[in-house]
Write a protein that binds this ligand. Structure first.
Ligand code: ATR
Length: 291
């Protein structure tokens, strides 16, 4: 462990703004990384209401905050308040990271990159892979973008058929690939999981406190599937447990969470992030909330 500098006149400030942020694990994850690398930075939670979002963004400029993560419910609303949006974030339609580059605020998205790293880390080659993506919100779009860029064949299932169709049409326009769009009902789930090799839950179903819920009934899961749940609280979701019982490989949202954090860290500091340590810090913070 490196010597940790005291907070002083030169301390760089990063943070996360959202509402609520009281259970965010990002402060634990980033402060662990700063400490481990002996960097003179601190990462703080900022609880920002929707009504105060514009003021908070102006505050990043006024207070010269180095970098900020953006979380629910501000990932879309923050876009018009920034000076520049990188092309990936623009296409995904959501910003989860802001870089203060000499006073210019640049919005980016590390969820898509985080998901790609998760796949690579697990040795999953998406080329030609049949994938069922559940959900059509911001997280789903990041996942779809990542998978399409690697040549996957994607079916998007959403609570409403219209939501699935809108997401599929936009993703097709951005990636030049065809997407299938279906309403997420039992018949369509059965049909798409019969051909899917990879199943990704990008809905919030199964997130605490609804830990006994799963978007997919257990009989539909089998040995042929790899299941990725982007929900990370709880660390092991009902969907993951069911997948494992059915003989499938399952991956939880903690990997993607750690990766998006690591990529944010690298944008702000220009240094390689200590991924494993950040993942452990995030898991530790989650456990402490569970206890
Ligand atoms: P995120 O940024 O995490 O993607 P979001 O944009 O609010 O958050 O998207 C959440 C996704 O989970 C959406 O696809 C949402 O479906 P709707 O578009 O119909 O709202 C889906 N979702 C959330 N709760 C759900 C539930 N109980 N059943 C089915 N889908 C659900």
């Amino acid at each position: 462990m490196k010597t940790v500098p005291e907070i002083d006149g030169k301390t760089g400030i990063c943070g996360v703004m959202g509402d609520p942020v009281g259970h965010s694990v990002s402060p634990a994850m980033h402060n662990a990384a700063f400490r481990a690398l002996g960097m003179n930075y601190v990462y703080l939670p900022f609880n920002v209401s929707a009504a105060r979002l514009a003021g908070a963004v102006e505050g990043i400029r006024a207070l010269n905050i180095a970098g900020m993560n953006v979380t629910i419910p501000h990932k879309v609303a923050v876009i018009p308040l920034l000076d520049e949006i990188d092309p990936l974030a623009q296409r995904i339609g959501a910003v989860n990271v802001i870089h203060n580059k000499a006073g210019r605020l640049i919005g980016g998205n590390t969820d898509a990159g985080g998901f790609l790293r998760l796949l690579e880390g697990r040795g999953i080659d998406a080329q030609g892979l049949q994938v069922a993506v559940l959900g059509a919100g911001g997280a789903s779009r990041a996942v779809c973008f990542a998978l399409a860029s690697r040549g996957a064949e994607i079916t998007i299932l959403n609570r409403t058929a219209a939501g699935a169709a809108r997401c599929a049409a936009e993703m097709a326009a951005f990636t030049g690939r065809a997407f299938e769009a279906l309403e997420m009902n039992p018949a369509n789930l059965a049909r798409s999981l019969a051909k899917a090799e990879l199943v990704v839950n990008a809905t919030s179903i199964g997130m605490a406190p609804d830990v006994d819920k799963s978007p997919v009934s257990r009989e539909l899961l089998g040995r042929r599937h790899t299941v990725v749940d982007i929900v990370y609280n709880p660390i092991k979701t009902r969907l993951m447990r069911d997948a494992e019982k059915a003989g499938a490989m399952s991956v939880g949202g903690l990997d993607m969470l750690a990766w998006q954090g690591a990529l944010s860290f690298e944008i702000w500091t220009g240094r390689n992030a200590p991924l494993d340590l950040m993942r452990r810090a995030a898991a530790g913070a989650l456990k402490s909330y569970e206890d």
